[in-house]
Design a protein around this ligand. Structure first.
Ligand SMILES: NC(=O)c1ccc[n+]([C@@H]2O[C@H](COP(=O)([O-])OP(=O)(O)OC[C@H]3O[C@@H](n4cnc5c(N)ncnc54)[C@H](OP(=O)(O)O)[C@@H]3O)[C@@H](O)[C@H]2O)c1
Length: 248
């Protein structure tokens, strides 16, 4: 699939990676980019191809309205996400797990189901799902989020299998920390959101099912395949020593 000439919808496009996706799409020649946001009032651009759209992915009504308002979409980018930096056994972890699943898993699944018929009517089109390196391993510091990103990987892979017959390409994107509000408190190297967005679009154009969008993703992908036990042991050691990748 080509980005030039595409009509895209990006969820969570008001800031962070979603904003970078919208800019990268416009830069690569998309003819229209619907910029989904819970509050689209701050989305401004001199570019008439950028169309603000009210869209909370946890709202079935919003999603149904988006389908009706945007019948021309042939590329869906499921970017919206929430990370509450919660370990699994903390007292508030059940609420965090529910909140993260609501957006990161059910919101993604709802968008895919809602837009799949429209994608089929445009010859198949494409879906990019924003996942994470924590879709592949268990990081204890944000493990409720990790559980949601593991589940989101299954949603993404299942959609690829189910939508293959209608010609829809489904791409899962994985990155380490990205330089956005979500990782503002993290004291580790971060990748620019524009790099992740551009790697994702290149991956779609080049027919990839999975895009490792930065060095951290490539490194973790190798580690989970070559020596997962060593990776798990290192993480457990860091947890036991009280080390944290973020500041409180
Ligand atoms: N930052 C990282 O280190 C990192 C690494 C790997 C993967 N990711 C993934 O990349 C994606 C983008 O994250 P980011 O770094 O750009 O995070 P961010 O800076 O926190 O932005 C999150 C975006 O998601 C939107 N959002 C949250 N809940 C929503 C909902 N119910 N409906 C619609 N939009 C909603 C937010 O909208 P509001 O402004 O209304 O809150 C915001 O636009 C997420 O899926 C995240 O899990 C991030």
């Amino acid at each position: 699939m080509k980005i030039k000439g595409a009509v895209a919808l990006v969820t969570g496009a008001n800031r962070g990676l979603g904003k970078a996706y919208a800019e990268a799409l416009l830069g690569a020649g998309a003819v229209r980019v619907y910029a989904g946001a819970r509050d689209p009032s701050g989305i401004a651009s001199g570019d008439p191809r950028l169309v603000p759209l009210r869209l909370d992915v946890t709202s079935p009504d919003d999603v149904a309205a988006a389908v009706a308002t945007c019948p021309d979409v042939n590329l869906l980018i499921n970017n919206a996400g929430v990370m509450l930096m919660t370990s699994m056994l903390r007292p508030d972890s059940e609420a965090a797990l529910r909140a993260e699943f609501e957006v990161n898993v059910i919101g993604m699944q709802r968008m895919i189901r809602a837009f799949a018929p429209g994608l089929a009517s445009h010859g198949g089109g494409g879906i990019i799902n924003m996942l994470s390196v924590v879709s592949w391993f268990t990081g204890p510091f944000n493990s409720t989020y990790g559980a949601s990103k593991h589940a989101a990987l299954v949603v993404s892979d299942a959609a690829r299998i189910e939508l293959a017959s209608q010609g829809t390409r489904v791409v899962g994107v994985y990155a380490g920390f990205i330089d956005t509000d979500m990782a503002a408190g993290v004291n580790m190297p971060k990748t620019s959101p524009r790099q992740v967005a551009e790697a994702s679009l290149d991956g779609l154009e080049n027919g990839l099912d999975h895009v490792q969008a930065d060095d951290r993703a490539r490194e973790i992908w190798q580690a989970t395949r070559t020596d997962p036990a060593a990776l798990a042991a290192n993480i457990a050691k860091m947890w036991a020593a009280g080390g944290k990748p973020y500041s409180d």
